[in-house]
Design a binder for this molecule. Structure first.
Ligand code: FRU
Length: 598
């Protein structure tokens, strides 16, 4: 009897083995390294493969966990776990659910080099002068802070796949806002959850006391201030947990980042409260007050509601006020700007992630909206913009990056990109004070000599004017439409057949002089001529067209892919004698072909 049971068990076990080998049973498998000697473990990824959770254990302690589409066979690309920070320790990477016939373990590579030096930045749909992550996914720009000649750019990053997830802060640095070098991911998920959006700053006076070894420079200024990043920790993946505000800091000028041990610094207040933007408020009314000001945190609560908090040391926060029903949502930004360049007359801008903004006053405690919400942005590929902290007063600009959300990069080992760096100003218009957003001047450093310098009268709807000399892929184009002569003959014309078309790479831009509407790739925006003129700036990269009009009173950022390799062929046509058209066009260089400063 016993014998027959044993025989049955053996046959059953054999069958299970056969079936699992044939169909691939789901098992847990680990990769181990002891001691860790190399900088990187490269994991094989196949986009669309079943996702597994992978845990990262160091000396038996769970560091973090992420989801990954591990390639069971030939990978599309490699995702990298940066293990250099755990040199000498024991690393165990456990994939919780892989099929027993998966080849992922044999395909793991351990190296001191990235897996794909020969391929990276050479991909078919790689933006040529816009920031895009080396590998994996990005959404919001985070923690934008300038320190000692370096622009730090952190970004919502999925290091292990090309869709949203495993939110981590990637990190890139640049000295010119154009050439970016990726550094190890700066903020990894931990027991408090994954890492959502937030901001960065320099703690010039060491108000946090995080610098235990302060050094003074010749002028008596702190020479080694902490750099501090604020983010939202949230258990977004394995069970939704409370969203709270946390902090990391660097004492080596942004090279390495440490979690503040007593995180979170601001506990959960309401649902998914998030995206802390922290800045120093100088109290001009009361400069003799304690420390001459205080830190302010603008925090998104829910709906269209935000709140402001204050702190003297970056770690203890007190609520100052609620700001409700602002007409914008997510990722707040707050900054003071001179109106028309006059620093004696300033206004505060409150900015929401959806690109809507309000203009008002801020007394250090309460933001009081005076006008808005307005927007400069039309169209979908522009979200969660943030401006730089700590740009020196000698520069004085308010520089912003935005996520070009929703672009498509088929088959690429990276996904999503940012806009060009943009410069923000407040200017008086006939409707009141408004925000203007223009490409930062740095873009002009990429210009080759002028390709087209061309002027003509519109010749009629069926008579396309082809701008001569337009060759290449990357462009910075200025188009001036001058309606002076037409307006003199047809004052206040609202005839909606007064149309002008412009086309480049098959992308159409239309200006309707009757309805005063500009349209780019189907996205419409109101645009009234100033002094009988419409000025259009087009910045064209391999995967994007960004349009800025009349000094940036509106902008339309579009993603597109020139799959059929349509040549540039800039052509312009429209109602006869409606306008004189002048074009100045520069071909732009790829940042991958030139070095910074050259
Ligand atoms: C905006 C946003 C933020 C959040 C982050 C998560 O795009 O939803 O509110 O912090 O993305 O990736």
């Amino acid at each position: 009897m016993k014998r027959s049971i044993l025989l049955f068990q053996l046959i059953f076990a054999g069958l299970v083995l056969m079936i699992s080998q044939t169909f691939g049973q789901t098992i847990s498998q680990s990769y181990e390294a002891f001691p860790v000697k190399k900088k990187f473990v490269h994991l094989p990824v196949k986009t669309g493969a079943p996702k597994t959770w992978m845990t990262v254990n160091i000396n038996g302690v769970l560091q973090h966990e992420f989801q990954i589409e591990l390639a069971p066979g030939e990978p599309d690309f490699y995702a990298t776990v940066e293990v250099g920070r755990w040199q000498g320790k024991k690393l165990v990477l456990t994939a919780e659910t892989v099929t027993s016939d998966s080849k992922w373990l044999t395909n793991v590579k351990v190296a001191d080099e990235m897996s794909d030096e020969a391929l990276v930045y050479k991909e078919a749909y790689r933006p040529q002068f816009h920031f895009s992550p080396r590998r994996g996914w990005t959404n919001d720009p985070n923690g934008l802070v300038y320190y000692k000649g370096t622009y730090h750019l952190f970004f919502q990053h999925n290091p292990y796949g090309t869709s949203w997830g495993n939110m981590t802060w990637g990190h890139a640095v640049s000295t010119d806002l154009l050439h970016w070098t990726e550094k190890p991911d700066a903020v990894l998920p931990d027991k408090n959850g994954v890492v959502f959006s937030g901001s960065g700053l320099v703690d010039w006076e060491n108000t946090s006391g995080l610098q235990k070894n302060p050094k003074k420079d010749a002028s008596g200024k702190l020479a080694n201030p902490p750099l501090v990043l604020f983010y939202t920790s949230i258990q977004a993946d394995r069970g939704k947990g409370p969203a709270a505000q946390s902090m990391v800091y660097s004492l080596d000028e942004g090279k390495t980042w440490k979690k503040y041990p007593a995180n979170p610094v601001l506990p959960n207040l309401i649902t998914d409260n998030r995206d802390p933007k922290v800045f120093w408020y100088s109290d001009r009314q009361n400069p003799a007050g304690p420390k001459g000001g205080h830190w302010v945190m603008a925090l998104y609560l829910e709906g269209e509601n935000y709140a402001l908090f204050s702190s003297q040391n970056l770690t203890n926060w007190e609520k100052m006020c609620d700001i409700k029903n602002l007409g914008c949502s997510e990722c707040p930004d707050m900054f003071e700007l001179p109106v028309d360049g006059n620093s004696a007359q300033t206004k505060w801008v409150f900015w929401g992630g959806d690109g809507k903004y309000l203009i008002g006053t801020f007394d250090g405690k309460t933001f009081t909206p005076e006008a808005g919400p307005f927007t400069t942005k039309y169209g979908g590929n522009d979200y969660a913009a943030q401006t730089y902290s700590d740009i020196p007063a000698t520069d004085g600009r308010r520089i912003q990056f935005s996520w070009m959300s929703g672009g498509k990069y088929p088959g690429m080992p990276f996904n999503q990109q940012f806009t060009v760096p943009r410069s923000l100003t407040l200017r008086t218009t006939s409707e009141g004070v408004r925000l203007f957003i223009e490409p930062a001047i740095e873009i002009e450093k990429l210009r080759n000599s002028k390709q087209a310098n061309f002027s003509a009268n519109l010749k009629g709807m069926d008579n396309k004017i082809k701008v001569p000399g337009m060759k290449g892929e990357l462009f910075d184009i200025e188009i001036l439409l001058d309606f002076k002569k037409f307006d003199e003959k047809n004052p206040l014309s609202t005839d909606t057949t007064n149309l002008i078309y412009m086309e480049i790479f098959g992308q159409k831009i239309t200006y309707n002089m009757g309805s005063k509407i500009i349209e780019s790739a189907g996205i419409k925006a109101p645009l009234v001529p100033v002094d009988h003129q419409i000025r259009i700036r087009l910045i064209i990269d391999r995967t994007t067209v960004e349009l800025f009009a009349n000094d940036g009173i509106i902008q339309i950022a579009n993603c597109f892919i020139n799959k059929d390799k349509v040549p540039a062929n800039l052509s312009i046509w429209g109602k006869k004698d409606l306008a004189t058209v002048s074009v100045k066009s520069y071909q732009l260089k790829s940042v991958y072909s030139i070095q910074p400063g050259s």
